[in-house]
Design a protein around this ligand. Sequence first.
Ligand SMILES: [Zn+2]
Ligand SMILES: [Zn+2]
Length: 369
Amino acid sequence: MADLYGVLGLGADAAADDIKRAYRRKAREHHPDAGGDPERFKEVTHAYEVLSDPERRARYDRFGDDGSTRARGGGGGQDPFGFGGGIGDVIDAFFGAGFGGGGGFGGAPQRERSGRDVLVGVDLTLEEVLTGVTRRVEVEVAATCEPCGGSGSADGSAPTRCATCSGSGRVQRMVRTPLGSMATATACSACSGTGRSVEHACTACRGEGRRVQRRELDVDLPAGLEDGDRIPQRGQGEAGRQGAKAGDLYVQVQVVPHAHLVREGRALHTRIRIPLTTALLGGTVRVPALAGEEHEVAVPAGVQPGEVLLVTRAGLPVRGGGRRGDLHLHVDVDVPRRLGRKEREVVRGWAAQRGEDPDAPRTVEVRRP
Ligand SMILES: [Zn+2]
Ligand SMILES: [Zn+2]
């Protein structure tokens, strides 16, 4: 990895002015028009590009040089290295030939012509997670323009290089800066930065090759999907410009809460409230679960509040199907809030049988909650 400070003969603590001065000196030394080595000149310029931009310098200090250079083309402008004006001449000569654009000297490049990905959300119930479902989704997204078949051309001719920017998608402007005049690159307005133009633009899409359209598609959502899962629909995103590659559509799943079931992967949990007598004597309870299913569950005598009873294979499948998980029944015991006079007598009699005196204070077992 190149030591960019070393290239300019500086230490890592160099001030902005030092960097400027060092670059001026080194550029003069290595400028190809003055018989210097083009490779050395490129290195020097790259080092200056990175280190003169506070953001890129900070990134370089932390992560090192990613090697990316915004400059393209060789040196050798028409200026025979007069250098009277200082640094500006060097930059002009260097970037004049074909500045790729972006970064410290211009805006972000706009060369990307393929369509963007699109995200659309769908709500699923647990029942739909259980069975899987085909869902119609509606998106409003730039789609291939039908009249021109995506070419952007009214007469079917292929797009040509944009004359304004020679196909680079960027045009240069000279800007005065403290370093002299510099070339800055901005997106070409003639071709919207695509670098391509069509002679007879399609009137439906004004040469873009795509138009915003409402589109419906049926998406297959298999059983077992989880909250946040994304189902890709390749090529169903935004159409690319002038027939370039389309983006993808992602259908993102949101599982809506169920009235009485809580999901945990393949498992389902629910709370059941059983009569006190069932807890004491045992019995059978009927538990409504998913999609109209009802389970008859045997409750053992003496079941404790908070105990969990399992109903096997009454949960959900994993994605792609397979064995269902279990349904977990968390037991609550319904203690009657009020007893009739007769009931109270019965319970008092039962307490006496167990050798308990309900009127006497009793020491109870304690533990951490
Ligand atoms: Zn252009
Ligand atoms: Zn069109």
